[in-house]
Ligand binder design. Structure first.
Ligand SMILES: [Zn+2]
Length: 117
């Protein structure tokens, strides 16, 4: 699914900032282990295959779903949870990639613009 989407974006020339893995793992309350219910490292492999930055992994948290239905993001309902922290660090990585893309676009525009005298 994700690989198909990447192929489509490449065809349409849509720039991709990177890969974020949703439902990466489950942090259960019974132990301190991360349970990788859907397998581990899938998004990391995709980011390496397509040479895209890996931006983060968002753990499973039932609060994300219930909060989304109520319009209450996990950042507000459980600000200290692993999921909220993962959103914060992923957002920082996205912001960094936006800056990198902006610099690249500016450099491309400057290279294409006729030299001013
Ligand atoms: Zn457990």
């Amino acid at each position: 699914m994700a690989v198909k989407a990447i192929g489509m974006f490449e065809k349409l020339n849509v720039p991709m900032l990177g890969v974020i893995e949703n439902m990466s793992y489950f942090e259960c309350s019974k132990c301190t282990e991360k349970h990788y219910i859907f397998g581990q490292g899938g998004a990391q492999k995709i980011s390496e295959k397509y040479n895209l930055p890996f931006l983060g992994e968002i753990p499973l948290n039932s609060g994300i779903m219930t909060g989304s239905d109520l319009g209450k993001p996990i950042m507000l309902t459980q600000p200290d949870s692993a999921s909220a922290n993962a959103f914060t660090s992923s957002a920082k990585n996205i912001a960094a990639q936006c800056s990198i893309q902006a610099i690249r676009m500016q450099e491309e525009m400057e290279a294409e613009a006729p030299a001013s005298t």
